[in-house]
Design a protein around this ligand. Structure first.
Ligand code: SF4
Length: 285
């Protein structure tokens, strides 16, 4: 899988996402290859013919561009910068390019509040920078807690067991950590297993139902069907069943309370009568 080096024209974008004032995407594309990825709409802004998940553009001038931008206009110290919304800032080529690390170094000079969202334990490499910031948080998403399912659904992301170990290690360094249970796949994701895994690691988590309207549902069901055809049929049926989602939300609240955690939100993509919602504005899974 080739990586194309590109020169970005801008790097710090205003964000409409909850909890983020700005967003930085050091790469275009994502080679983690999650089958359900909501960010694949970004492909139309590239000139790649390859499928989403099999190309990556590295914005090699991103750290210098950011440093120049912040030299001209400082960020208000209260404005939170999210890395990232339509790519993963710690996918494998980051080991070589260190774009995210060098961006963090620039942001650290301004002591900007930083929020990281990733599915990779490579984030541990940058714990030294994150630990010296006054306001830095790392979030990981867990659609499943099971490594074998993750390998099928998110083939090149760190397995959930390594993501959890990374969150634990970051927390032990005094860095704030959180979890996003997303996307929740009926019959495949196991809310009890996920809450058990998160207990003692994070204080709070949010859940997001799978978005069946993101253009990736058929491919996701096909991956599930390769392991268990009847489970895929059941997953499809439950995903459209408002009663299922209502019961799941109640169960998630109960399990969170039992584990001494807070459920900070439950994002539905249908209202509880079954009609499609306008999707809540949530970051990529
Ligand atoms: S869901 Fe996130 S980690 Fe997975 S391919 Fe998409 S951007 Fe990458």
């Amino acid at each position: 899988m080739g990586v194309r080096e590109i020169q970005a024209k801008s790097i710090l974008q205003k964000s409409g996402l909850p909890g983020a004032d700005y967003v930085i995407n050091p790469y275009t594309g994502c080679v983690h290859g999650c089958v359900y990825c909501y960010a694949r709409f970004m492909k139309r802004f590239t000139n790649h013919a390859e499928p989403w998940g099999s190309f990556l553009d590295a914005k090699v001038n991103a750290p210098e561009l950011l440093a120049r931008r912040l030299a001209h206009r400082r960020l208000p110290l209260t404005d939170c910068v999210l890395l990232s919304s339509v790519t993963d800032p710690y996918q494998p080529p980051e080991k070589k390019y260190e774009l995210t690390r060098r961006i963090l170094e620039v942001l650290a000079r301004h002591d900007a509040p930083i929020s990281i969202l990733t599915k990779s334990d490579l984030v541990l490499r940058d714990a030294d920078i994150l630990a010296r910031l006054s306001d830095a948080g790392v979030g990981m998403s867990f659609g499943v807690a099971d490594d074998a399912w993750s390998l099928r659904l998110e083939p090149r992301a760190s397995p959930p067991s390594r993501r959890l170990a990374a969150l634990r290690a970051l927390r032990d360094r005094g860095i704030r950590v959180n979890a996003f249970v997303s996307p929740f796949l009926p019959g495949v994701s196991d809310i009890r297993q996920i809450v058990d895994a998160l207990a003692g690691v994070v204080d709070a988590f949010a859940v997001e139902a799978i978005n069946t309207q993101a253009g990736t549902w058929a491919a996701t069901l096909a991956v599930i069907a390769r392991r268990d055809r009847s489970l895929a049929k059941e997953c499809n049926r439950l995903a459209c069943d408002p009663q299922y989602w209502r019961a799941l939300e109640m169960q998630a609240r109960m399990l969170a309370a039992q584990a001494g955690m807070e459920l900070t939100g439950f994002f539905h993509h249908r209202d509880l009568t079954g009609r499609l919602n306008v999707s809540p504005e949530t970051p990529k899974a």
